[in-house]
Design a binder for this molecule. Sequence first.
Ligand code: COA
Length: 161
Amino acid sequence: MTGPHLPPHPMKDAHATVTRQMMPQDANPHGNVHGGVIMRTVDEVAGIVAHRHARRNVVTARLDRMDFLEPVFIGNALTLTAQLCYCGRTSMEIMIDIHAENLDTGEVVHTGTAWLTMIALNERGRPVPIAPVVPETEDEKRLHELGHARYEARKKERVPG
Ligand SMILES: CC(C)(COP(=O)(O)OP(=O)(O)OC[C@H]1O[C@@H](n2cnc3c(N)ncnc32)[C@H](O)[C@@H]1OP(=O)(O)O)[C@@H](O)C(=O)NCCC(=O)NCCS
């Protein structure tokens, strides 16, 4: 259901990684990293993947899911890895994996996952068709199939504007 005349892009090219060291200004009142700081970085890396795929301005339509699995500490290097899973006509589903590294010890902990839906916009700020994304490996095909199922479920859940 993507733009009919746009050449497809391989899924292996539709990813991005961002690493940031968590600083004292990123803390919540308990001294760990504030969830909002992580969510902002999730949105940033998802935006990079979507913009890179669409080669258009993009906006976040929905934070589909966000799981905070373990706390993140000040001083940790937080790495977010984002992958485009599925494209609708104008929408893109991005999955993000989050890992925190203790730079003193090298220990790496899987601290979270997230799924976002981003929309490509034209010059007038309206949704615009994007290129399809093509899964090649068996893992990519599985991601794409699950992404398609979630896309159909999202359409049924949409809140009227
Ligand atoms: C996202 C936005 C452009 C959608 O506009 P719209 O008129 O509802 O768009 P349409 O009904 O034509 O739908 C366009 C696509 O967006 C998807 N979509 C729209 N709202 C959605 C939502 N809440 N969740 C998931 N997908 C959504 C539709 O399913 C459709 O996907 P498809 O083309 O791949 O099938 C509009 O709601 C908007 O501008 N929102 C604000 C975005 C923003 O400012 N984000 C930053 C906030 S910090």
